[in-house]
Design a protein around this ligand. Sequence first.
Ligand SMILES: [Zn+2]
Ligand SMILES: [Zn+2]
Length: 215
Amino acid sequence: MYNLHTHSLLSDGVLLPSEIAVRYAAKGYRVIAITDHVDYSNIESVVCSILKFTRNWPKDSLIKVLPGVELTHLPLAQFKPLVRYARKQGIKVIIGHGETQAEPVIKGTNKAALVAGIDILAHPGLITDEEVKLARKNRVFLELTSRQGHRASNNHVVKLALKYGAKLILNHDSHAPMDINSPAQLRQVGLKAGLNNKEIERIYQDVAKFLQIIG
Ligand SMILES: [Zn+2]
Ligand SMILES: [Zn+2]
């Protein structure tokens, strides 16, 4: 029971990391990542704050909280240096804010993020065959999201990911209490996107493996 894409008031979310953790735990989740939006203006302070938070979060808590970032609306050449910076500091989950149809994301963002060393490409919109092959090669998860607007391309992402064997991940991309849905609702996102239960099980296994590797 995981969700690796959430926003706190360190960027455009409305809750403190503590409240996010408590609310997710109450819904039955056991692992979350807090992945606030960053660019060159705020990456140092966000990374510092989230690491301070996760390092002080009790180890025996019901829910594990992983430090993350979402590289958002970056000029393409900035993906690599900012991924490098975040990793070096100890960030465990790096998301690239993909070419969603719901926002004017710079063309070429999917590719720039996929070759920069990210873990998850969020809402990749009408991702191309070539980019999906790249995701597979670089072992990057392609995200299926419950978030309104961003979720419009979920079916397209599923079709190409299955065709080329790229890994998928289900995430909420929550910003506020009302976005924090149950694990069962997260599963529904996969079913609505055209996956069957066996394929969804596969996602949970792939994510479990990833969580084991990052520790
Ligand atoms: Zn946001
Ligand atoms: Zn996000």
